[in-house]
Design a protein around this ligand. Structure first.
Ligand code: PLP
Length: 410
């Protein structure tokens, strides 16, 4: 008889965004005239920049002639993009990597989700709490997370990140083999300092652990001393995999392009005592299960590194970060405790008084018709917090903050 992967049946529903939609729809049904503004958008809203669009058009035209037509591409990605990444993202920061340490992919979601496949099922995983849910759910699907009880997985180490510890996760008390870190962080918008990252690299070195470092928002870092890559930290090439994406850096959420760095120095010991390169295993996995990102899209991603591309994408990021400033400062003026929004497009606020995240959601929706995301939806330590994002239009962002300032009954 057909057997299911029973691990899938343990997964909780995608409750958070469905519940937000239900509550907004219920409100709109009762108040059809209300103009509800969402500051909960986790997706970019600005169009692709001109240099990228022009390059995409040129690449499409190349497909129309036999001389320039492209079929299957190299498994790990085209060299023109890999070389541009090595030069602009890493060499510029003093980080030397080799072309075969970069894997072009169709998203940091897929790669952060799939990477766990090359590890044994009896590893212990540790995640920061609150967390981007993909890390936990993919381990749960694989059967590594245990049972889901009272909002927690029994085999997952949750590392609370709250205002009390300045959003810097403490080293786990029990040994963690696979550690997920995300900086700049979704949902808290906070970043890990060089010292913090060094602490984790040292921990991984001492314990033979691996760090899966999600840097999908690295392009939003504005402060000089914040590391954009974990490889800026000594020892990271022996302990960490890094995930980057063009989704938020260049508006590729719908276009799809990202990359993962797996240094060849990163090794784990097999059951027979042999040291095995994770790069080799990931390359094997990619060549078996993936046929590459389309040539056209990789050309578009490479255009990000031209002079015009750099200028235009920086302007778009600056647009979002001005929204972040408007939200951050507007709320702070009102006396809210606000975090993030300086090196990330996310603003994480402490909800006033003893309200829960969902109570604050309802208050914001009912009193000023503004929608955000309850922090409790990202993990137990998100309770009492609330996420707002900078991805809306300037007009809506300004309007939403004005409404909160003028209409919210605190
Ligand atoms: N990692 C984090 C922390 C994210 O917030 C997101 C998107 O919201 C992703 C990865 C997904 O990136 P991509 O669009 O490259 O799949």
């Amino acid at each position: 008889m057909l057997k299911l992967n029973e691990n899938y049946l343990k997964l909780p529903g995608n409750y958070l965004f469905a519940e937000i939609k239900n509550r907004v729809n219920a409100y709109k049904a009762l108040h059809p005239q209300a103009e509800v503004i969402s500051l909960g958008i986790g997706d970019v809203t600005r169009p692709l920049d001109k240099k990228i669009i022009d390059t995409l058009h040129e690449a499409v035209d190349e497909m129309a002639a036999a001389e320039t037509f492209k079929g299957y591409g190299p498994d790990q990605g085209y060299r023109f993009l890999i070389d541009a990444i090595l030069e602009n993202e890493y060499a510029a920061k003093g980080v030397a990597l080799e072309p075969d340490e970069i894997f072009i992919s169709d998203g940091a979601k897929c790669d952060t989700g799939n990477f766990q496949e090359i590890f044994g099922l009896d590893n212990t995983i540790a995640v920061t709490d609150p967390v981007y849910p993909v890390y936990i759910d993919t381990n749960a699907m694989a059967g590594r997370a245990g049972a889901f009880e009272n909002g927690r997985w029994s085999n997952v180490i949750y590392m609370p990140c709250t205002a009390e510890n300045n959003f810097a996760p403490a080293l786990p008390k029990t040994k963690a083999d696979i550690i997920y870190l995300c900086s700049p962080n979704n949902p808290t918008g906070t970043v890990m300092s060089r010292e913090e990252l060094k602490k984790w690299v040292d921990y991984a070195m001492e314990n033979g652990s691996v760090i899966l470092f999600d840097a999908a928002y690295s392009a939003y870092i504005t402060e000089d001393d914040v590391p954009g890559s974990i490889y800026e930290i000594e020892g990271a090439k022996e302990t960490a995999v890094e995930f980057r994406s063009y989704s938020k850096k260049a508006g590729f959420t719908g276009t799809r392009c990202a990359y993962t760095v797996v240094p060849k120095a990163l090794k784990a010991r097999s059951d027979n005592g042999e040291w095995v390169s994770l790069n080799k295993l990931w390359a094997r996995r990619v060549s078996t299960k993936f046929n590459g990102v389309s040539y056209i899209i990789q050309k578009g991603a490479a255009a990000v590194y031209t002079d015009e591309g750099k200028r235009q994408t920086a302007n778009t990021i600056a647009y979002y970060m001005e929204n972040a400033r408007i939200i951050r400062e507007g709320l702070r003026e009102m006396g809210f405790q606000v975090f993030g929004g300086v090196n990330a497009p996310y603003i994480w606020l402490k909800v006033p008084g003893s309200m829960t995240s969902w109570q604050f959601f309802d208050k914001l929706l009912n009193e000023v018709n503004v929608v955000g995301t309850p922090g409790s939806g990202f993990g137990p330590s998100g309770e009492g917090y609330f996420r707002l994002t900078a991805f809306g239009s300037r007009e809506n962002t300004q309007k939403a903050i004005r409404r909160i300032q003028e209409g919210l009954d605190l």
